[in-house]
Write a protein that binds this ligand. Structure first.
Ligand code: ATP
Ligand code: MG
Length: 266
């Protein structure tokens, strides 16, 4: 075969190959609308409980890797529902939801623990194990994902130092203040180095000083690369921190502002 002919054939093959590659990419894109940098994608999400009006209506939300996002809104506006959908405690009624590459409407039950390994979760009421000390509360999160004792002994003291509790590792939750308990909960959420941290009113039970400390820790964690999503009613903190603010009203996103503030209800 003359050289020109070989070139011609190989070019035709390459063109065919490129077409196949393109069509695979196109199919993937259609299946999963998330862009590579996008870590959370909600498209036309509705969530209705068995009773009452829908808690979320036609929600569209895109969050990039490494963002810090406040979710605010009146009581009953759907904030906790949104958090529960993101951690797949609840399933959507319609629409699409993708978190860290997982299609949460389709994820198989046996895959949920693996999905949650990359999530850190903090609640208003701390949810610590009452009969275990600070160290064991945090170590527990590592044991669940089968970390070795050697790793646990390294990771737990280091995360407790970050949240400022190195000296209290032997204390039981009832021997700690509310702010300290929340810092244990935060250490527990962070020890597995989550990609995304979800916090539902983490300062809801704290005084202003402790609230600021927790928010500063969340900011620090975000600066180290974790995507952080925080539900809060704390107007002063939201206005001061100048982060992205998503406002929900009766299950609808009514505003989504870069460097936003707390929108006053009229
Ligand atoms: N398990 C449930 N069954 C039925 N309705 C529910 C359930 N959980 C929440 N809702 C309803 O869904 C709506 C949104 O509730 P959600 O808990 O998401 O609000 P929220 O914004 O977190 O409020 P808050 O600021 O008080 O925590 C409310 O009208 C609530 O009554
Ligand atoms: Mg709530």
């Amino acid at each position: 075969m003359i050289i020109e002919e070989r070139f011609r054939r190989s070019n035709t093959n390459n063109t065919k190959k490129m077409e196949v590659v393109k069509s695979v990419a196109e199919k993937r894109r259609k299946r999963n609308t998330a862009l590579p940098n996008e870590i959370i994608t909600l498209t036309n999400v509705c969530k209705a409980y068995s009773t009452g009006a829908p808690a979320l209506k036609d929600v569209n939300l895109h969050i990039n890797r490494g963002e810090f996002v406040f979710i605010v809104g009146d009581s009953g506006s759907g904030k906790s529902t949104l958090i529960k959908l993101l951690l797949r405690e609840l399933t959507i009624t319609s629409g699409h939801i993708n978190v860290m590459g997982y299609d949460l409407a389709r994820i198989r039950h046996r895959k949920i623990p693996k999905f949650r390994r990359n999530l850190g979760i903090v609640f208003q009421d701390f949810r610590l194990l009452k009969d275990r000390n600070v160290y064991d509360n945090v170590a527990f999160a590592q044991r669940i994902i089968q970390k070795s004792n050697k790793e646990i002994k390294k990771n737990v003291p280091s995360i407790l130092a970050i949240v400022g509790l190195a000296g209290k590792y032997k204390a039981k939750p009832k021997q700690l203040s509310g702010g300290e308990q929340q810092r244990v909960a935060l250490a527990r959420a962070l020890v597995n180095k989550p990609t995304v941290l979800l916090a539902d009113e983490p300062t809801g039970n704290l005084d202003p000083k402790n609230s600021w400390e927790i928010m500063k820790l969340l900011e620090q964690i975000n600066e180290s690369g974790t995507t952080v999503i925080v539900v809060t009613h704390n107007r002063e903190i939201v206005n001061a921190m100048q982060k992205r603010v998503v406002t929900l009203k009766k299950g609808v996103i009514v505003s989504d502002e870069e460097k936003g503030g707390y929108i006053d209800e009229d």
